[in-house]
Design a protein around this ligand. Structure first.
Ligand SMILES: CC(C)(COP(=O)(O)OP(=O)(O)OC[C@H]1O[C@@H](n2cnc3c(N)ncnc32)[C@H](O)[C@@H]1OP(=O)(O)O)[C@@H](O)C(=O)NCCC(=O)NCCS
Length: 200
């Protein structure tokens, strides 16, 4: 358990104005690591388009502390074919200065609370290996390794394996209703999932 003191973060839905802060958190991940297989860091305008395209069918959340956006998490379609519609892919990023204070876990807790209310059932995360922090976070919130794709990507002159992590967070049974949009579950229902991140 981390002992670092941390300011409490507020978790809320992302807005277009958050795009520049999100782009600043993501750029060093793209430019200096193989955590993301993107090779060119998207600018704020592109992040803004991604936020807009996500919100509706899926949640896109930011954690905001005293210094602004500390991290973000979002869901997206796992695969396009119809029978995958209860499954999502998820991603979480916390700026380097704010890590190990519970922000990533809090973002994921809120994300899964909303996804559960929407009627999604399973989440999948692909983690470029090695990434001890990401593996530990995903296992801490309930994901388990379901397999590894060897040499799935090539970046910075070498091949990278990707660990596939799976989490069935909302066992729905045999005849699930199709997932609903954020608008369909309603702003109050979304707001009820956005509890403040615990300060530790
Ligand atoms: C992975 C990441 C999102 C974790 O965010 P975070 O806010 O630092 O994580 P939290 O503080 O919420 O940690 C929750 C739990 O995850 C585990 N964990 C997180 N970081 C860890 C680390 N560096 N080493 C070991 N365990 C870690 C711990 O179990 C931790 O609980 P604890 O602090 O009570 O022991 C963050 O390190 C990050 O943004 N990394 C770069 C981007 C990335 O890898 N994203 C995932 C892409 S697949």
């Amino acid at each position: 358990m981390s002992t670092a003191a941390a300011p409490a973060c507020t978790i809320r839905l992302a807005a277009p104005d958050d795009a520049a802060a999100i782009a600043a958190i993501y750029a060093p991940i793209v430019e200096t690591t193989a955590i993301s297989f993107e090779e060119v860091a998207p600018d704020a305008a592109e992040i803004g388009r991604r936020i807009e395209a996500t919100l509706g069918p899926f949640p896109y959340l930011v954690a905001v502390g005293e210094a602004g956006v500390a991290g973000y998490a979002y869901a997206s379609a796992y695969r396009p074919r119809a029978a995958y519609r209860w499954s999502v892919a998820v991603s979480v990023y916390v700026g380097e200065a704010g890590r190990r204070r519970g922000t990533g876990a809090a973002l994921y807790r809120a994300l899964f609370a909303i996804l559960t209310r929407q009627g999604y059932q399973s989440a999948f995360a692909g983690i470029t290996l090695p990434n001890a922090a990401s593996v530990a976070l995903h296992e801490a919130v309930g994901f388990r390794l379901s397999g590894t794709d060897p040499r799935a990507g090539h970046k910075f002159g070498r091949w990278w394996d990707v660990g596939n992590f799976a989490f069935a967070f909302n066992p729905l049974g045999d005849a699930p209703e199709p997932p609903r949009t954020l608008q369909a579950i309603g702003a109050d229902s979304v707001a009820a999932c956005l509890t403040p991140a615990a300060a530790r």
